[in-house]
Design a protein around this ligand. Structure first.
Ligand code: PLP
Length: 487
C-alpha cells in the first residue's frame, strides 16, 4: 500500500471507500453487456491519454474508469450471462482479493509470505483430503487450469523420462528420442493439452486425440487400440489425460477405465477436472466425477464452478515427491539451510516465481459457505442445466447436444426451425443469434462446433439463475432466431 501524497491509513480508507462506491454503483445493471461494438468501445476508451506528463491523481482517474470502463464491463454476475466457464465472484472471494492485494504477499519464499505460506499449505492439505488423496500427496496453486495442466504434464514427462529412459530432463534436456513421446486425451479435451505439449518441447503431434462416444466421453476401447498401435510402432506412451468435465459439454471421461489402462501400460494418469472438480462438494452429484483419487495428478480450477475470482487454481499430485523437477535453489531466495529449519519456500513447487496468494480465496470461501453452501451452488447449476435441456429437447425448434452431466447445455435452432436443411444457412442463423443477443439484448451466450455444425451453448454457473430466467432466455433466443431466420 503506497500513495504518493500520504502513506497513512486514512488515505487507504479513503481510496477504499471511493473505489467501493464506484464498484457498487456499477454492479446494478441487469444486462450482461451494454452492447458497444469493438470499434465503438476502442474509440470511447481512446478518449483518455493513458500516460500524461503530470498525473491527474486517483480520484480523477477513478472517475474516468467510471465513465468508460465500468459501464462496458462484461458482468458475469448477470442472469443474462451464460457463455463461458466464467463465473460471478463470491463476496468471500472479492473480500479476499482486497486483502491479498493490500498486503501483496508473494508466495515464492516464506519470508515474503509467512502467514500466506502456511495458509496455502493448510489449504492444499485440505484439498488433498477432499479429493481422496493420502498423506504423500501435495499440491500447488497456479494461475489457472491451463497452468495446472502444464505443470502436471511436465511432472508426468519428467517422471517417465527418469524412470523409463534414465534421463534427467531438468538437467540434460529432452531425451534423443523425445519425438516418440505420446500423450492420450480425448479429441474434445481442452486446448491446453496441445499448448502444454508445445511448451514442453514435444509439439502438438505428441498429443494423440482419442475419439469420443456419443455422450462425448473418451472411447476407452479406441484409446487402448491407439496405445497398442503406438507401442508396436516403437513410440513412447507416457500419459493419459482424463477430462473430468469437458469445456463444451461438461462430459466426464470414465476415470476407472482410464485408470485400468494407465496401470496396464505404466502411464501417468492426469485428471483435468478444471470444470468438474466442484462436484466433490455435492453429495448428490459427486459420484458423476468418478474416483479422481486414482489419478496421479488433478487440476482443480476455482475460478469456474467454485465461483472464486480470477485467477485461482490448484494442481494436486498423489505423490508429492514428483514435484522434484521444479526444485532449484538460489542463494538470494530459497536457501536449503532455512528449509532445514522449517521454513517452506513454495517456489519449489511452481513454474512461477512471484505468485499471488490465491489460496486465501479458497480458505475464506470454504469456511464461509461450508460444504452445504457449496453443495447448493453446484446442485443448482446442474439442475438448471437439466431444466434447460428438458426445454430444448421437448421442442422441435431446437436441437440438443448430449444430455448434460454438469452445467453446460449445447443446442441450436434446428434445421426445422430455420426452414432449411442447408447446413451453411442453419449455421448462419445460429451465429447471427449469438451476435444479436450480444449487441442488442445485453445477453451473452456461447457458441461452439458439434458434429461439424455451429451450435450455441449455455454455460450455467450463476446460482442466481431461476427457472423463470431460463424460460425467458429460451423465449428471447426463439424471438431473435425468428428475425435471423427471416433476414
Ligand atoms: C477452463 C478449462 C481449462 C483451462 O483453465 P484456465 O483456468 O482457463 O486456464 C482446462 N481444462 C478444462 C477442461 C477447462 O474447461
Amino acid at each position: 500500500m503506497f500513495s504518493e501524497s500520504k502513506q497513512d491509513q486514512s488515505e487507504y480508507a479513503f481510496m477504499l471507500s471511493k473505489t467501493m462506491c464506484a464498484a457498487a454503483n456499477a454492479v446494478t445493471s441487469a444486462a450482461a453487456y451494454e452492447g458497444p461494438s469493438p470499434q465503438e468501445l476502442a474509440a470511447r476508451i481512446g478518449t483518455y491519454d493513458i500516460l500524461p506528463d503530470e498525473g491527474i491523481g486517483l480520484e480523477k482517474t477513478l472517475s474516468r474508469v467510471e465513465d468508460v470502463i465500468l459501464p462496458n464491463m462484461l458482468r458475469p454476475f448477470s442472469v443474462q450471462y451464460a457463455a463461458h466457464l466464467h463465473s460471478p465472484a463470491l463476496l468471500e472471494s472479492i473480500s479476499a482479493e482486497l486483502l491479498l492485494s493490500t498486503f501483496n504477499q508473494s508466495m515464492d519464499s516464506w519470508d515474503q509470505a509467512p502467514a500466506a505460506t502456511e495458509t496455502e499449505r493448510a489449504t492444499v492439505r485440505c484439498l488433498c483430503k477432499l479429493f481422496g488423496y493420502g498423506a504423500q500427496a501435495d499440491g500447488s496453486f497456479t494461475s489457472g487450469g491451463s497452468q495446472s495442466n502444464l505443470t502436471a504434464l511436465l511432472l508426468a514427462r519428467d517422471a517417465f523420462c527418469a524412470k523409463r529412459l534414465g534421463r534427467a530432463v531438468k538437467k540434460e534436456g529432452l531425451p534423443p528420442n523425445f519425438e516418440k513421446l505420446r500423450l492420450y486425451t480425448s479429441e474434445i479435451s481442452h486446448f491446453s493439452m496441445q499448448k502444454s505439449a508445445h511448451i514442453l518441447g514435444l509439439g502438438y503431434d505428441a498429443v494423440v486425440p482419442v475419439p469420443v462416444t456419443a455422450a462425448q466421453k473418451m472411447d476407452t476401447a479406441a484409446l487402448e487400440a491407439l496405445i497398442a498401435r503406438d507401442v508396436a510402432a516403437g513410440n513412447l506412451p507416457f500419459c493419459i489425460v482424463a477430462t473430468v468435465g469437458t469445456t463444451d459439454f461438461g462430459s466426464i471421461d470414465d476415470v476407472h477405465a482410464l485408470y485400468a489402462l494407465s496401470q496396464k501400460y505404466g502411464l501417468w494418469l492426469h485428471a483435468d477436472a478444471a470444470y468438474g472438480s466442484a462436484l466433490v462438494l455435492s453429495q448428490k452429484y459427486k459420484a458423476r466425477m468418478g474416483d479422481v483419487s486414482l489419478c496421479d495428478s488433478i487440476t482443480v480450477d476455482f475460478h469456474k464452478l467454485f465461483l472464486l475470482s480470477i485467477s485461482c487454481s490448484c494442481m494436486l499430485v498423489k505423490d508429492g515427491a514428483h514435484f522434484a523437477p521444479l526444485e532449484l535453489h538460489a542463494d538470494y531466495l530459497n536457501r536449503t539451510e532455512d528449509e532445514e529449519d522449517g521454513y517452506t519456500n513454495l517456489v519449489e513447487k511452481s513454474i512461477q516465481t512471484t505468485r499471488r496468494f490465491d489460496a486465501l480465496k479458497v480458505w475464506m470461501a470454504f469456511q464461509s459457505l461450508g460444504k452445504n453452501g457449496y453443495a447448493r451452488i453446484v446442485d443448482s447449476a446442474i439442475e438448471n442445466a437439466h431444466y434447460v435441456y428438458s426445454i430444448f429437447s421437448s421442442q422441435k425448434e431446437f436441437e440438443c447436444g448430449p444430455e448434460p452431466e454438469l452445467s453446460s447445455v449445447v443446442f441450436r435452432l434446428s434445421p426445422f426451425f430455420c426452414g432449411t436443411m442447408e447446413p451453411g444457412r442453419v449455421d448462419r442463423v445460429n451465429k447471427m443469434v449469438r451476435r444479436t443477443l450480444l449487441h442488442q439484448k445485453g445477453i451473452v451466450i456461447g457458441q461452439t462446433v458439434y458434429k461439424g455444425s455451429t451450435f450455441l451453448k449455455l454455460t450455467l454457473l450463476n446460482p442466481r439463475l431461476t427457472k423463470e430466467n431460463l424460460d425467458e432466455l429460451c423465449k428471447t433466443i426463439l424471438c431473435v432466431g425468428t428475425s435471423a431466420r427471416n433476414a
